[in-house]
Design a protein around this ligand. Structure first.
Ligand SMILES: [Zn+2]
Ligand SMILES: [Zn+2]
Length: 567
């Protein structure tokens, strides 16, 4: 059992206790333990009860509960609570903006115990009439429900990639060639179908073999003799396994990777890519583009026809690669809500081969994330000075902050403190319900602030969980161009914000983009690869990637900005 499983169980137990009116003291014990243990770097499963008690937020009772989970794989408290809770009420926990107290009221006062009935109650105005709810809350619940419905059966790209790899490796023990195609090969940020191509001379035998794999469940009605469709254990995303003989796999890989708008692109020969592919079954992807008279497009960009427009201005070798990345900006440490210290994070960054590490812990308004006030900022900067003295000239920690953009668009520190940072990432974290006009104005003010270096996760979206606030992307990007503000591609697979579809427009306006993992622990630094994938998908070039600047170039860039500010 790993830490996140333990924390999830504690959290759920705390919520269910609250739902069932358990003793407030015990509810708090669970909540406090979950909150604190989420940040620990210890391996909880390996600790004795005596060691567990030494951790913050863990009392004697809680240490016993954790040992119970580790030893038995269950928690009796939770089992009892689950037995008393309808399945649908548990599903209601997933609705954004609906806390335990509200769910309890809805359940007890209206007898509603599932999202479907809740939606009906919203639609006929019953929820607004409950004391303490109102029209606005009802509208918000309805929006969350509709969003949830539209997202079911989808997974984020990190999970999709992991599932596809496991599946491919397993299938390779049965078949000579297995290729990942479709959305996963295209590096889509949300995936509803994991598609693989299997080479087989005998589809009947192959189907028989697939039916013997215990981790796969087939949907017979959706399948055909050449296509196995169904699900994989532990996930409700759709799995599609397509069976082809050896001489058709390359052609099929091409056809299934690209979307229709891409395939129907016509070259100077008058033939579409699809027509060329179908008449040349043995052609490689390279040859298909060449014979159609079109430039080769990398798989991640085969999402639409815009890639050809991009290709009229760029070549593929301009696309940014992992090797081009020189440093990692926007990271958190134990100073705010991170799991590892600045030193641990920076050392790990250096081990991964990078030249610089940027700290961007939360600012004072973000009290829920232990945001730093001005005196703690000074202490942190002293620590960074000490560490930089140890690192010497070949590696450097840059002093940054992730400053909250307050409701009126101002940043969260006095000018003197803002001036003490090497760079400032400005992000919205609170009061996310805004009209397009309000959100755009708020961001524009932050962009106009001379201390803003990078605009962090511009829309605040959480993929599959929360739609971002609406913004006027063009106005925001144009303002970034005018004020020389870099835009973040937040590389966390939960965010991937700014969306890749705006990258080319930003580059055209001269705006640089920074691939930022927003890492809260050492392992999080590698999330950069998801940002890199969507960056390339949007045509991001090395030249326009902010963190592809070398240490020396970054030093010069930041120093130059500071010089202008002090004038
Ligand atoms: Zn943030
Ligand atoms: Zn952050």
């Amino acid at each position: 059992m790993d830490n996140s499983e333990i924390v999830d169980i504690l959290e759920l137990t705390g919520r269910l206790m609250e739902l069932h009116d358990a003793d407030a003291f015990r509810v708090r014990a669970y909540q406090t333990a979950a909150f604190n243990l989420d940040k620990t770097t210890e391996h909880l499963a390996q600790l004795s009860a005596a060691d567990l008690i030494k951790l913050p937020g863990v009392g004697k009772m809680m240490a016993g509960k954790i040992r119970e989970m580790v030893e038995t794989g269950r928690l009796q408290d939770l089992d009892e609570l689950l037995a008393r809770t309808p399945e649908g009420v548990l599903e209601m926990f997933k609705i954004k903006g609906l806390g335990v107290k509200k769910i309890k009221t809805i359940w007890q006062e209206l007898g509603i115990d599932n999202p479907r009935d809740l939606k009906i109650a919203c639609e006929n105005g019953q929820i607004a009439r409950i004391k303490g709810f109102g029209e606005k809350m009802q509208e918000k619940i309805l929006q969350s429900l509709e969003f949830m419905q539209s997202q079911s059966g989808k997974v984020r790209m990190d999970r999709a990639e992991a599932l596809a790899n496991v599946l491919r490796d397993e299938l390779l023990t049965h078949f000579a060639r297995v290729e990942i195609s479709g959305q996963v090969r295209r590096q889509a940020q949300e995936v509803d179908t994991i598609q693989l191509l299997i080479e087989t001379p005998d589809p009947v035998a192959a189907q028989r073999e697939l039916s013997e794999l215990s981790f796969l469940t087939q949907h017979e009605a959706l399948s055909s003799p050449f296509a196995w469709r169904g699900e994989m254990q532990g996930s409700d995303v759709r799995i599609e396994l397509l069976l082809y003989p050896k001489n058709q796999i390359d052609q099929r890989l091409f056809v299934y990777t690209a979307t229709e708008p891409h395939l129907t692109q016509t070259g100077p020969t008058g033939q579409t890519l699809l027509q060329v592919a179908l008449t040349q079954p043995a052609a490689t992807e390279d040859e298909i583009y060449r014979r159609a008279g079109l430039p080769y497009i990398v798989p991640e960009m085969r999402e639409n026809a815009h890639a050809f427009d991009w290709a009229s201005r760029h070549t593929n070798d301009e696309l940014v690669t992992w090797e081009d990345l020189r440093g990692i900006l926007h990271n958190h440490s134990t100073w705010s809500d991170g799991k590892h210290t600045v030193e641990q994070m920076a050392l790990h960054c250096r081990e991964l081969g990078f030249q610089y590490f940027g700290i961007a812990d939360h600012s004072q308004t973000a009290s829920y994330a232990k945001g730093l006030d001005e005196s703690r900022v000074r202490q942190q900067q002293e620590e960074i000075d000490r560490l930089n003295a140890q690192f010497g000239p070949s590696f450097r920690i840059f002093k940054g902050t992730e400053s909250d953009i307050l409701s009126d668009g101002s940043l969260d520190f006095e000018e003197e403190t803002l001036a003490s940072f090497d760079y400032v990432v400005a992000s919205v974290h609170q009061n996310l319900t805004m009209s397009l006009e309000k959100a755009t104005t708020r961001l524009l003010r932050a962009i106009e602030n001379p201390y803003t270096t990078i605009l962090g996760h511009p829309t605040g979206r959480l993929l599959l969980a929360r739609e971002g606030y609406p913004i006027d992307h063009r106005a925001i990007i144009d303002a970034c161009a005018e004020h020389q503000v870099v835009i973040e591609i937040n590389a966390s697979p939960y965010r991937l914000d700014i969306d890749w579809q705006w990258i080319d427009y930003a580059m055209e306006q001269g705006v640089m983009l920074s691939i930022n993992p927003d890492a809260h622990e050492m392992a999080g630094l590698l999330d950069m690869r998801y940002g890199l994938a969507v960056g390339r998908k949007g045509g991001l070039t090395r030249k326009m990637t902010f963190n592809a600047l070398s240490l020396r170039e970054m030093n010069t860039y930041l120093r130059e900005r500071k010089r202008k500010l002090s004038k």
